[in-house]
Design a protein. Sequence first.
Length: 622
Amino acid sequence: MAGRELGLDAHAFLMATLATLGMGFALRMFRLSALSLRGDEAFSWMIARQDPAAIFRFIWEAREPHSPLHFLWMKAWMALAGDSEFVLRFHALFLTFLIAPLIGRWLQAMGQPRQTAWLGMALASLHPYLIWQSQDARQYGTLAFFGIAEPLALWHALRTGRKRDWVLFVLIGALGAYYHYNLAILFALQALLVGAFWRHRLRSWGLAQGSILLLDIPGLILAVHALAPYTGTVQRAPGLLEGLGQVARTFTVGTTGDGWPATTATLLGALVVGIGGAARFRSSQAEGLWMIGHLGAPVLVTFLAARSRAVFAPHYMITALPFWILLASIGVGQLAAGGWRQRALLAVSILGIGIGIGQSLGHYYLDPRYAKSPPIRELVHTLDQEAKPGDYALITFPDPTFPYYHRDGIPWGMLPADQPFRREETLADLERLVSQYDRIWLIPVHLPMWPGSEEVERWLILHAELLEERAFGPLRLQAFRSPDRALARMRRMEARWADGVELFAFRIEPDGTVSPGATMRISTAWRRWKKVLEEHSVFVHLLDGEDRLVAQDDHPVGRGLYPSIAWSDGELIFERFEIRLPQEIPPGHYRLVMGRYNWETLVRVPIDSSDHLELGAIEVHP
């Protein structure tokens, strides 16, 4: 009746459904391969490209907490279509997209008006977190599909009692259990609900659920083996209210919404979900508890597990998300059928939730600050373009995105090579690399779970010539020239200061002639010539014809990381100084001078009979 009151007859409903689902599919296809793969996506690719026996062996030996079906499914898909970013993500897109029509089907089966069923499909089609997971080459979007498909199949079988419906439930349940172990939460919940409300179907359910468990015995063995020692990789459970707030925000606007739009949308989303849950419970306790239980159980179990393990993350609770959308749709339908106060609240809710969803989608699609992955593809492309024979690429963290993008380029490796970090062995490997290769291209990533990466970058900065550093979002690409090749391009100096430190060689770029606004780089190599008792800073000054300071760069060699009092005999230390010329600097002749000084008293350290060293003459041209 409500559908006819709004003029939503069968034909209009069909047209609206097709338009909504078409929009949802288009949003999931939009910019599908625009971003680089993130680490977990490339990890799935790395495992899936192995042969099936190796996949099972890896899962067993590494105690991989995810079941093999995801990797086998991806492997079969890659065999058919390749392994581009588009292909890897599309394999998860389709089943995740089917959540929208399943939500519409369930709402209609519960007797909800057509406009409520359409609204549920629209929310699922536009949902930022479902879109995020649809465009991700991991298993969580597909897990959300099983999170609604399995309960829907069971609910339908309980209502009809038909054999074919029980068979469909067994197939979906067994596949879902093999796809991800989280479905066990739903199995436990459903056992309680069936025992409480569908005792007349208890025998049929027992046979069907027993068949699923029997089929899943190998998966259960893998699950126990992998999950028993698993400590997680995300975060421990926060406080109850904070945790529920995080879940409600993700279930309303995803992970890319923030500020007042996300907060407002979350509060309104929780309100309409509460209205929907209460309405469904009043209409049918069995159906109400079915909906509320499937929403609450994954959140509750994850929260409790996260008290002792770092597993509190929205993707571990994603089987609950479709039920959040279902109850929100029912809640909006209840408001639409009420009086003017309910309709006013409905208008505010739709506006607030719509603004939050719109902001979140705008961030996701258009704002690089909210990108799911750093631009590793662009970084590797730059590396492959500029690297030459004789170069070597080095990463400091086991990130599978690098080998995904760097397949036919220069040789590469990783240091620290493994854990626990062995410092002496790692530094010996670095010395071997810089003696063997002309340039080392470093991608430094420093994470607490992989200690020692800072030592690798620090050693190269001190013991090789840093040629350049480029930023790619949060990532950096550094190029280092090996010591011997760097010294071959430098001017030998051997200028000794009285404090025991010697400038062994240097190079100025550009040398001789510069333009206003240009940056001069002074690459230097240092060592000690006698025991050093006090650390000093270094200045590089550009002076005009009247010895007035025009530009400068002052800092200690090693920038405080490795003071000269700790240098060993014969150890060569590299440092770079940069001087940016003012835009308004007049043309003419200038001098570049260097000195060492005490940074507290500003007293300069003598060098021969002077307090500074002349590095060269600079000509500034307009």
